[in-house]
Design a binder for this molecule. Sequence first.
Ligand SMILES: [Zn+2]
Length: 211
Amino acid sequence: MLNYNNQGNWPNGFGKMQSPIDLSIDEQNQYKEFLPISVDEFYQLNNEIDDGTTIRLTGMGNATVFNREFNFKQIHFHTPAEHTVNGEAAPFEIHLVHQNAIGQTVVVALLVQIGNADASLQEIINNFVPNEETDVSINLTEWIPNLANGFHYAGSLTTPPLTENVEWIVITNSPMTVSQNQVDWFVKQFGNNNRQCQAINNRKIEYYENK
Ligand SMILES: [Zn+2]
């Protein structure tokens, strides 16, 4: 199992475009509009698996991201958040992994704050069976906001093989919240499973906010 307390020993061969990173607004790359992302076909989760370090669910759905069509592949969770904003980590981060017909990967990340318990997340918690894979039927209709603010940059997977050329959309105005009990459940089950922030190097970090 992946050891988050010994990240220096993860298999590497890293390049200079690793994720996660600490995000902040660069005025040269600030766009006064919403992130160009929309969900065209709501996500239907049909399989839930304990992968040892988090819960991963696979399913179907479609999104348009920067005018390109992507298929939803899988969703999983990190506590606390992996991406930080001005050095601050949200308590919870959701990764929605997408792929298109020519094999490009986009991860839509939601930085989630503490608030009301989310009903779909509770369903995921209730369906969880340790060390097992289970069939589920969960609709995610409202997790990705229609009017999303946040960051866009080029990075990597945050777990081995840490493959690069992954496009990241990190949404900072998620209306979906989780309760402290839900976060505590994940920490109790999996411990902290956030990779440390990596060097930004020469990457361009775009920020989108309609104001
Ligand atoms: Zn992840």
